[in-house]
Design a protein around this ligand. Structure first.
Ligand code: SF4
Ligand code: SF4
Length: 434
């Protein structure tokens, strides 16, 4: 182990250790182009250098010392959503996600920070519970005081697209009740489940966390919800802040008791990052154990008996990138929805094409994010469904924002919200009450 560390290269072309992109992974690309139609930025821009193949070509050129990390190089990396649709499509098994994350770590460390003021600001805000709390309290005041309405009527933010993007996202911020630290299983006991409440989910969609805990307990799980838990580091991973990710992963591993059988997430981005902790913290047994126990809530509930009552609704399902591409979970949420009596699930064309949310991308790159959101809403309208179901807080926010701005009568919900309604309907119908 020590010998391997001493022989590790200090540089790779214009990249510097630690966290070098894997040259073997970069060279695995055979330039076939199969990934191109699946790439959202290539679909919108039609530019080779904004395709997976083009980005890999650029990364490899830097790794082989033929190109420096110029502004143009950084721009093509910044415009990537990190959605990993290219990984799903690639027949050669190019690990695009980790290559991008390592490249972004190089950019964060070695490129002058003038282009990163916004990402530094956003990544200093979202994963920090106190700062996010304070910012959301200010956002509520901004909305209730009427200042937001005035800003929108006057178009005062037109010249500041990133501020306008933030403004457009903060219609739904409402405080939520804190969950207890332990909820007992009902019925036949299956085991102990830790619940990750997530920094964004906890603040913006607290009902999704309480519904998740409620369903898990009805599915036979003792639910453990440590109050001391903090952010999983997914946003930092996405932004190339690998030291931040490592600190958060270690803290989270120490937070969940050793005797929980699974750690459940209901945010696709968090689950994807946690399942891949081992790549960035290889050899840390506590973190690797946490990664091995991490499950998306739909994986856990798909294996459970739930007393589902009737819901006469027509819904469509949007695949969050970090569920479909990051965790390869597509069947479980659909199977759960189809188990609800009366529910009609209409498939969405391009359901796994990114909606433009992508962590804080919709604030950093509002123009591209809005173009992708417009595509998503067109496809949703084609289904005729009035309810859109999706399992990631960023997608919930982004699609709800698009529907609201266009005046579309759409409800955007997490799968656990519909399942909770169905279980409640079943319990009322059987005379048991919720
Ligand atoms: S991660 Fe997404 S946006 Fe980036 S290159 Fe791959 S498919 Fe395109
Ligand atoms: S599908 Fe894979 S091998 Fe083909 S161009 Fe894309 S990344 Fe390269």
């Amino acid at each position: 182990m020590a010998e391997a560390a001493s022989t590790a290269p200090a540089t790779l072309g214009h990249f510097h250790a630690p966290d070098l992109p894997d040259l073997g992974g970069l060279r695995r690309c055979v330039h076939c182009g199969i990934c191109l139609p699946q790439c959202p930025t290539y679909r919108v821009l039609g530019e080779e250098m904004d395709s997976p193949r083009g980005r890999l070509y650029l990364m490899r050129a830097v790794a082989e010392g033929r190109l420096e990390m110029t502004d143009t190089f950084v721009r093509h990396m910044d415009l990537c959503l990190g959605c990993r649709a290219c990984e799903t499509a690639c027949p050669a098994g190019v690990p695009f996600g980790t290559l991008l994350e390592a490249t972004r770590a190089q950019i964060v460390r070695d490129v002058p920070p003038r282009r990163r003021r916004w990402s530094d600001l956003l990544l200093g805000l979202f994963p920090n519970a106190q700062r996010l709390n304070a910012a959301l309290a200010a956002a509520r005041l901004y909305r209730r005081s009427g200042v937001q309405a005035l800003v929108r009527v006057t178009g005062a933010l037109r010249a500041f697209p990133r501020l306008a993007a933030m403004d457009s996202l903060i219609d739904t911020v409402a405080p939520g009740a804190e969950l207890p630290e332990h909820i007992a299983a009902r019925g036949e006991r299956r085991g102990r489940a830790g619940l990750l409440t997530g920094c964004v989910q906890r603040q913006l969609y607290p009902g999704v966390n309480s519904d998740t805990a409620w369903l898990l307990s009805r599915a036979g799980w003792d639910v453990v919800i440590p109050r001391a838990q903090e952010c999983c580091g997914a946003l930092e991973l996405h932004g190339g802040r690998l030291d931040g990710l490592r600190t958060r992963a270690r803290a989270l591993a120490a937070t969940f008791p050793a005797d929980v059988d699974v750690v459940v997430t209901n945010a696709a981005g968090c689950g994807s990052a946690m399942k891949e902790y081992g790549h960035w913290l290889a050899g840390d047994p506590a973190v690797e154990r946490l990664a091995g126990r991490t499950r998306d809530v739909t994986e856990v509930l798909a294996a459970a008996e739930l007393p589902l009552g009737r819901l006469d609704v027509t819904v469509t399902y949007h695949d969050p990138c970090h569920l479909a591409h990051g965790q390869r979970i597509r069947a479980e949420p659909r199977a759960l929805l189809r188990r609800i009596p009366g529910l009609e699930l209409r498939e969405l064309a391009d359901s796994d094409l990114c909606c433009g949310s992508a962590g804080v991308y919709n604030i950093q790159e509002p123009e591209m994010a809005d173009r992708l959101l417009a595509l998503k809403l067109e496809r949703i309208q084609e289904t005729g469904a009035r309810i859109v179901v999706t399992g990631n807080p960023g997608c919930l926010l982004q699609i709800a924002k698009g529907a609201r701005l266009r005046g579309l009568p759409l409800e955007v919900v997490h799968p656990v919200e519909l399942l909770t309604r169905a279980v409640a309907a079943g319990e009322w119908a059987s005379g048991g009450g919720p």
